[in-house]
Design a protein around this ligand. Sequence first.
Ligand code: LLP
Length: 419
Amino acid sequence: MNHFTYRNGQLHAEGVPLAQLAAEVGTPFYCYSSATLERHFKVLAEAVAGLDATICFAIKANGNLAVIKTLANLGAGADVVSEGELRRALAAGVPPERIVFSGVGKTRAELTFALDAGVLEINVESEPELELLNSLAIARGKRAVIGLRVNPDVDAHTHAKITTGRKEDKFGIEWTRAPQVLRKAAAMPGIDVASIAVHIGSQLTELKPFSDAFRRLRDLFLMVKADGIALRRIDLGGGLGIPYDDQPPPSPADYGKMIRENLGDLGCALLLEPGRMLVGNAGVLVSRVIYVKEGATRRFLICDAGMNDLIRPAMYDAYHAILPITEPAAGVAYKPMDVVGPICESSDTFARQRPLPPLAQDDLIAFSTAGAYGATMSSTYNGRLLIPEVLVKGDSFAVVRPRPTYDDMLATEKLPAWL
Ligand code: LLP
């Protein structure tokens, strides 16, 4: 459920008409709903109530400080994958002891920064990383608290570009080798082995791959316990899908039940790293129609948002519902249109042959379910400025990332002396 609904024929974010925001901040822009963020966090927290579970928001899905802080105020920790994300989490007030540092290629500088920040755990993904972290910790007179990310060799049955848990994927340490690596880590003076972790992919629409992976973690947890390695936590990663179209993924309640069934009796703490399910439905991308063009075989709706603002359709063939900001009259005929942006690439296409009600030049539309991996994956391709982000709460709104100016854009570069 989200809080983007028509009121008096106008699409609103909670109590604020999106057309009013478009008039005040210009288009295109991202708009997030606080009530939706809060609702999604609470639904997940309820689903895992009674378990010793910490919800660490994967801020790669949405790194806006106001979004992170909204979730942190509800008790969320953070899952970060770079020094930049770690700095974002800290700047938004997430306590370091609720931050997990994940990622396949953390640099020496990033590991050092995380050690000094005192994060809850650093999830190690390779033996060279383990050795480097051990030596960095010893040099600083510390013990690095780690989780070992395990590759469980489970196919998540999601889009190939966001599947991460098969043995041919670059992530984690092969599960059959994990006991050996855990024993090695446990013997290192600079390492405190606290946990094992998985993340098998994103936008999963079935529970079975999760439970297959979690069973492997369970077996591993018990196997190393018998060897005298008492792990304190299991990190379950993120990945639960959300509805982009009318096919609902498993509910958070069923996901929680499955966690309980597979791991509830182990007596250890759990970490969850949800990204998309907390923020996906809490955001829309609002855009204005620049032209309606009659092509040889198709009608094109050319809008002012491009693939640089929302890359998911171009990159993953992702579906985002497109809503006119003015509610279509009842009984109006829907006709197929190609919804495209202004970028000079054919992949700058949000939807092909999408049935839409009549839309004209200057009309406003919203791409729904754009709160996750929208703004964070945007770029300035084609010399376009990053677009503003607006957070709504009830009848109030705030521009939480303003639109830069063209002067700002030019000021980031320098000409060499010889030019
Ligand atoms: N934990 C780790 C270690 C991850 O790599 C990810 C996402 C998450 C948690 C959060 O997963 P979520 O709950 O959001 O599924 N750009 C793609 C999604 C990439 C996901 C990468 N890892 C998209 O737009 O669909």
